[in-house]
Ligand binder design. Structure first.
Ligand code: PGA
Length: 249
């Protein structure tokens, strides 16, 4: 096994959240002006709850921190209940002391997706790059909405969602027809430029994607496998994913 990915196997999903939140709050305590990359989906919710708990205990302040999110559905405005902006506000930002103007999400209704994507990348660069990007992984091995087929050189752009992603995300909508078919998403290259990467995976249905990310030759078939080249990448997984990795290696 030649990859450099660190693997932390926790017993439960709650343990994953505690460990991930601990890493993030330690980073922000050491550098209050940290630039955080964040993600949406079911996986990071317990981690956000732990971060909120730590903040309420006065253990960490986000008053000077800055965040960027991986992606946003194309066609949903920031006030749409299923937009990732609303998710981030209600799951994290509304409960900590981060100023909303210092939280950056792509605009799913921008007049020009190209300009929106360029300006998002420029803002990340202007802030000196991402210190830590918190990622999930799709059942098909995607990271952000870099679906299978995404090249390692990809940058922020308009992307078409795969059938797998539309199906997986339909649980957040009333019906599958309501899931947007496009998104704007940072690219694989954008993610790989972060100084530290933390990928969380919990539940049986992620075991196969994680095993592939760790053992497939890096390639577009499983975009998460590109993380093998990152010098500081850690996967934090629960036992249901961990057992699968252990039997693989
Ligand atoms: P999930 O999504 O946390 O809702 O499973 C993760 C992802 O698609 O990256």
């Amino acid at each position: 096994m030649s990859h450099k990915i660190n693997i932390e196997i926790c017993e439960t999903q709650d343990d994953v959240a505690l460990l991930a939140a601990g890493k993030i709050t330690t980073l922000v305590r050491n550098n209050p002006q940290s630039i955080l990359g964040l993600s949406t989906g079911a996986t990071p919710i317990p981690t956000y709850e732990e971060i909120i708990r730590a903040h309420r205990k006065n253990a960490v302040s986000f008053a000077e921190a800055c965040t960027f999110n991986l992606d946003e559905y194309w066609g949903l405005g920031s006030d749409h209940p299923q937009s990732y902006r609303q998710f981030m506000n209600s799951r994290l930002f509304d409960h900590i002391d981060i100023p909303l103007w210092n939280t950056h999400l792509l605009n799913g209704k921008a007049a020009s997706p190209q300009l929106e994507c360029q300006s998002f990348e420029a803002s990340i660069l202007a802030r000196g790059g991402i210190d830590l990007w918190l990622l999930g992984i799709g059942v098909n091995g995607h990271i952000a909405f870099n679906e299978p087929g995404s090249p390692v050189s990809s940058r922020t752009r308009l992307v078409e969602l795969s059938k797998d992603s539309i199906k997986a995300n339909s649980r957040f909508f009333d019906s599958v027809d309501q899931v947007p078919q496009y998104a704007i998403s940072v690219g694989v290259a954008t993610i790989l430029e972060a100084r530290t990467i933390l990928l969380l995976a919990t539940g049986n249905n992620k075991a196969n994607a994680v095993a592939r990310a760790l053992s497939d030759p890096p390639g577009s078939d499983c975009p998460a496998s590109f993380l093998q080249s990152h010098p500081d990448c850690t996967f934090i997984v629960d036992r249901s994913v961990g057992s699968r990795i252990e039997t693989h290696h």
